[in-house]
Write a protein that binds this ligand. Structure first.
Ligand code: AFP
Length: 322
């Protein structure tokens, strides 16, 4: 099995980006260790604080965010970072070539039940003349990502990453302390009989999503003529990992619960990096109106509708919106 750096060199990834990726992965190894020790180290449960999105922060959210932020800002490779857990972007090195957006621990509600969680990251190039304190640097579409990935802290710690030459799976080998390439050019099957959605929100969805899901639930006696299975991990990292591994449709549709907040998932550090991974694996990553990665962001914490996964199933779903 190939080590990470030679695998990246084979894909012609520039050396400074390889160095940044190694820095990110050093942080994930530390987070992986802290996650495994959380109960023993008094890191279960919540803090008394909320992040800018009004969500209560878990103790591990805060620890993972500080670790990730510190190691990136000290690296010299990064002009600024933006995180789910930070109010605004945080400036780094004036000569840093990259911007990193991240969700330090996605799936926080799974922490206390010892279930799947992960770190999601997205890398853009920083404009050369911009000041590190300028948050507008982050207003770049997903099309301009130079790398995206996640690390899943599951039974094994897995890295799933793309630099634009396919989506690859790596596993953290604790015997030598590095990530090893276990699957190159993962492909999402084009067809599926599995979907992921939080069904408890059904009454709030728009009519097209109501009709689509009801046709899936009708199974082989309904208009789709086949039975569908459902899965919901409540951590996008876990659900997308399943989709990349065996196909499926994952959606967090718009809903009318709160007219000021029709979407749940965040564009910069959830939807865009996952879209890059899914598209590089032959899947589709859309809103009901167009490609996610075409969206020009207006805010680092912007939220977006998400419909992604197996190509033919995403197209089937979008058919209901026409
Ligand atoms: P956190 O980033 O706060 O951990 O939230 C996780 C998440 O944004 C995403 O990973 C899940 O798909 C989604 O929330 C789960 O939402 P529900 O609360 O509707 O299950």
């Amino acid at each position: 099995m190939q080590r990470l750096a030679p695998a990246l060199r084979e894909d012609n990834v520039p050396l400074d980006l390889i160095s940044l990726i190694k820095t990110i992965l050093a942080a994930t190894k530390e987070i992986s260790f802290r996650v495994s020790q959380a109960h023993l180290g008094g890191l279960m449960g919540s803090t008394l604080d909320e992040n800018i999105q009004g969500e209560v922060q878990k103790k591990l959210d805060v620890v993972a965010n500080e670790l990730f932020k510190d190691i990136l800002l000290e690296s010299g490779f990064v002009k600024a970072i933006s995180s789910e857990e930070e109010d605004t972007s945080v400036g780094g090195d004036k000569n840093g070539k990259f911007l990193v957006s991240f969700d330090p621990l996605d799936g926080s509600s799974n922490i206390d039940i010892n279930s799947l969680i992960g770190t999601i990251f997205s890398i853009h190039e920083a404009p050369e003349d911009a000041e590190p304190s300028d948050p507008d640097m982050f207003k770049q579409s997903g099309n301009r990502q130079v790398c995206a990935g996640y690390v899943l802290y599951g039974p094994s710690t897995m890295l799933v990453m793309t630099t634009g030459s396919g989506t690859h799976f790596y596993v953290l080998d604790r015997t030598h302390g590095g990530y090893l390439l276990v699957e190159r050019n993962v492909q999402v099957p084009q067809d599926t009989q599995e979907f992921a959605i939080n069904m408890s929100n059904q009454r709030f969805w728009q009519a097209p999503m109501q009709r689509y899901i009801s046709d899936l639930l009708a199974g082989d006696t309904g208009p789709r003529g086949k039975n569908f299975n459902m899965r919901w991990i409540a951590a996008m990292v876990g659900d997308i990992h399943r989709v990349l591994t065996r196909g499926g449709l994952f959606t967090y549709p718009s809903d009318n619960r709160n007219p000021e907040k029709p979407y749940k998932l965040r564009l910069m550090y959830e939807a865009n990096p996952m879209s890059f991974l899914i598209e590089q694996a032959g899947g589709l990553a859309m809103t009901s109106e167009g490609r996610i990665m075409d969206i020009e962001p207006s805010d680092i914490h912007q939220r977006v509708e998400v419909i992604m996964g197996s190509k033919n199933e995403v197209e089937a779903c979008l058919g209901y919106y026409k």
